[in-house]
Design a protein around this ligand. Structure first.
Ligand code: G3P
Ligand code: MG
Length: 247
């Protein structure tokens, strides 16, 4: 069955990558949570999508120019909606403590393709290992070099190569750099690709799947996972499709 992964939490309903968005995803019965990992100036992994602070915090500068203490003073809720005012940035460690006893898989996207975060792979890996969460963690990144770096950690079982670019040798290229799965933009979704990947034991995960039409397509192709901002809507559609066609 296609698993439903809440993209940056249930980010249609609450500030992306925030505890309220994660809580909602859990309440909506998502199978997992996708979130983005970057490093602060003092090398603390935090959950944040953009490199720039402008969109979320309304200030100039980059995530790696601020310490955790400085970032924690900033409000990331009110740019989404007044009712979330006072929401602050979440560290990876806070997230791990929160998720530990919940039946959720973790999809950690290492955001090191545009900004170089030195040792992001190692720092993230160490924290996951320390919290004994390696078995339910799926790593992913757009950076080919980072995929290969992750492949060097024997204990990491799931490494997704993220891509939005069409190429004929997509599957073999992903394997050649050390990925175990492909995480493709929805525009690359083809039933033939999904079949070929399945034949070769390569999981296919699709981002970001929000419309009803795309949700239907992904579930009917039986892709391994979808990343969605609306896990509640995905849940209803999946239930319906599996009841009608696949069971
Ligand atoms: O991991 C899937 C998706 O999150 C990749 O794109 O830009 O939303 O982080 P983005
Ligand atoms: Mg992401």
């Amino acid at each position: 069955m296609t698993s439903i992964i809440a993209h940056r939490g249930a980010s249609h309903y609450a500030p992306e990558n925030s505890i309220p968005a994660f809580e909602l995803a859990h309440e909506m019965k998502a199978d997992g949570i996708e979130t983005d990992v970057q490093l602060t100036k003092d090398n603390i992994p935090v959950l944040f999508h953009d490199e720039s602070l402008k969109r979320i915090f309304g200030i100039n500068g980059w995530i790696n120019q601020y310490t955790l203490l400085e970032l924690k003073q900033l409000d990331m809720g009110k740019s989404f909606h007044e009712k979330f005012a006072g929401t602050s940035i979440v560290t990876l460690e806070e997230f791990l403590v929160w998720v530990k006893d919940k039946p959720l898989t973790l999809h950690l996207e290492l955001k090191n393709n545009k900004m170089a975060h030195k040792n992001l792979e190692k720092i993230t890996y160490n924290l996951i290992a320390q919290h004994q969460l390696l078995d339910k963690t799926y790593f992913s990144t757009f950076s080919d070099a980072s995929v290969s770096c992750l492949a060097g950690f024997q204990e990491i079982a799931h490494i997704g190569w993220l891509t939005s670019r069409q190429r004929r040798d997509l599957l073999s290229y992903a394997l050649s750099i050390g990925a175990t799965a492909i995480h493709i933009k929805h525009t690359l979704l083809r039933q033939r690709l999904v079949k070929e990947a399945k034949k070769n034991g390569i999981p296919v995960r699709v981002y970001t799947v929000n419309s009803s039409r795309l949700l239907h397509r992904c579930f009917s192709y039986n892709v391994d996972s979808i990343f969605t901002n609306v896990p509640d809507q995905a849940f209803v559609i999946r239930k319906d499709i599996y009841r009608r066609f696949l069971v």
